[in-house]
Design a protein around this ligand. Structure first.
Ligand SMILES: Cc1cc2nc3c(=O)[nH]c(=O)nc-3n(C[C@H](O)[C@H](O)[C@H](O)COP(=O)(O)OP(=O)(O)OC[C@H]3O[C@@H](n4cnc5c(N)ncnc54)[C@H](O)[C@@H]3O)c2cc1C
Length: 503
């Protein structure tokens, strides 16, 4: 990444943050001819925000394999022959967004995201971001053929680090300076117009004047106090999956000058996460603390009871809301239990060194090893569950197979297998928060709106800190896509506003 220590006194566009949304905004503003500086509060080796922690998976519309080939020219004929990529249409993406957000998402913002998703990926490709299919995590090999099942088919080469490094290189080539350890403190205003940012770089406070400011500094997931205040009791105890720097600064700075809050402020994306994971994400582990093969498990809480439908839907449509369910269990933990019939399907994150894992040859022995769990109750739950599994329906991980339980108060709707083939494995999880859903209100030009729903001149926003897109839940791979699309929109609007301001 291009880094500079001396802050400019004046620049056309200042972008706050150096994650995916910020760099897409910066590059687009630069394309319009504006001079651009990025302020990033993290030191260079921790920069890149949550975007760096991701797998780089991006949800985008495609009409078939030809669209994917345009995005991934390295796809071989053999790979194509061995894979059913299906399609992911605009209608499917709209359906997914509507369904998982309980039809609360802002239709205009969502339409902007979806209709620009494919074109944005092609633009990112032109900036040097390479893509590949998400074999393994999003498609299982059955009878020699992979089948993609969850609308999420493409990831950045090199995952989140690859994505951030490619965008960083593109910024360097475009002459955009990135200033590390430069924390934006407050927005400067003049005659109701945003005209720059007050910045603390290491210990020095200075001002950077600008015609336009783009806020792309993430949500408030790393802020213990705001989590308890807005998400509710117990959320201060959640582990943070990603950056320790996303503490809501951009949201606060905009609210301070009259921006209106918007979206699901008491909601967030949170997942089942290694029980003994550190307080914040660890870049050496990335997203490896997540444990997302739970649709093939049963999950037990401290009382030895199941508490959610592990097979309600594909992982992509349940994982982001199940962290909250785990947080609400006694002592905020659960164990995922697998038998040998499915352990070959476990994602790679189950094989990292830093897991809390126990195994045993019998279920009777396994339950005694589940730390913190009522073993007798757990045994009874497993026996009852085994009795309830429908064995007349074939198990198939690539489809919602309808192999369910019958007669349980808490059903398992798909992929229900009896637990009877040892050795058995169990993994302990707690809640890991990914990002918060509430934030600023923007229009489809990414202009930040005030309390009268009027644009605040000179102020734009993109990425996690935008409210109104995600409510209750989230379809996997949409965060990077929302950030990239609105990053581009914000960069383009900021560039336009510079031209307007000087003409
Ligand atoms: C472990 C993990 C895995 C994920 N996997 C995926 C995935 O595969 N696909 C997907 O779509 N989404 C994924 N997500 C969600 C995704 O990371 C976010 O939706 C997306 O990266 C947000 O991008 P952003 O640019 O808005 O914020 P970020 O990438 O978090 O960037 C915000 C930046 O702002 C900086 N900043 C904060 N405050 C200030 C300040 N005052 N001054 C200056 N800089 C500041 C931060 O240091 C940070 O660099 C994952 C998240 C995590 C944590």
């Amino acid at each position: 990444m291009n880094s500079q220590n001396t802050l400019p006194e004046q620049v056309d566009v200042v972008v706050v943050g150096a994650g995916n949304a910020a760099m897409c905004a910066a590059l687009t503003a630069r394309e319009s001819g504006a001079s651009v500086a990025i302020l990033e509060c993290a030191p260079i080796d921790e920069a890149g925000g949550n975007s760096r922690f991701t797998a780089g998976a991006m949800r985008c519309v495609y009409a078939g394999v030809d669209d994917l080939r345009e995005l991934m020219p390295d796809l071989s004929d053999q790979e194509i022959a061995n894979t059913d990529f299906g399609t992911y249409t605009e209608e499917q993406f709209f359906d997914d967004m509507g369904r998982v957000t309980q039809y609360r998402c802002n239709p205009d913002l969502v339409e902007t995201m979806i209709r620009n998703s494919r074109e944005t990926m092609l633009w990112m490709n032109q900036q040097g971001v390479r893509f590949q299919p998400i074999w393994g995590r999003q498609a299982f090999k059955v009878d020699g053929k992979f089948k993609f099942w969850g609308g999420l088919t493409v990831e950045a080469w090199g995952g989140g680090p690859g994505l951030v490094d490619s965008l960083g290189s593109a910024c360097a080539q475009a002459g955009i300076s990135i200033h590390y350890q430069a924390r934006a403190l407050e927005l400067l205003t003049e005659h109701d117009r945003v005209c720059g940012v007050r910045v603390k770089q290491v210990s020095k406070i200075s001002e950077v004047r600008a015609e336009a400011v783009v806020l792309a500094s993430g949500g408030f997931e790393a802020n213990h106090e705001w989590r308890a205040r807005y998400l509710g009791p117990g959320w201060d105890l959640a582990r943070v999956r990603g950056s320790r720097f996303n503490s809501g600064d951009g949201i606060r700075m905009a609210l301070d000058i009259g921006a209106t809050p918007y979206g699901h402020w008491s909601g967030c994306h949170a997942v089942g996460w290694e029980r003994n994971a550190p307080e914040f994400g660890d870049l050496a582990v990335g997203d490896g603390f997540q444990k997302h093969s739970y649709p093939f498990s049963i999950m037990l809480n401290a009382n030895g009871q199941r508490f959610l439908d592990e097979g309600a839907d594909f992982r992509n449509y349940t994982y982001a809301k199940y962290g909250a369910v785990i947080l609400n269990q006694p002592s905020q933990f659960a164990w995922q239990i697998f038998d040998q019939k499915v352990t070959h399907l476990l994602r790679d994150e189950y094989r990292i060194r830093q897991v809390t894992r126990v195994s045993a040859d019998s279920i009777e022995e396994l339950v005694t090893k589940l730390e913190g769990v009522d073993a007798q109750a757990a045994l009874a739950t497993i026996h009852e569950y085994n009795q309830s599994v429908r064995r007349d329906v074939a198990f198939n991980p690539n489809i919602k197979d309808g192999r369910c339980t019958e007669g349980l108060a808490m059903p398992k709707s798909n992929w229900a297998n009896t637990l009877d083939q040892g050795p058995f494995e169990a993994y302990a999880v707690t809640c890991g928060i990914t990002f918060t859903f509430g934030g600023l209100r923007i229009d489809t030009d990414a202009r930040v709106l005030d309390g009268d729903l009027q644009p605040i001149p000179g102020l734009f926003a993109a990425g996690e800190l935008v409210g109104g897109i995600f409510y209750h839940n989230y379809p996997g791979g949409s965060g990077l896509m929302a950030g990239a699309v609105f990053g581009r929109v914000a960069g383009s609007s900021a560039g336009r506003s510079v031209v307007d301001a000087v003409s």
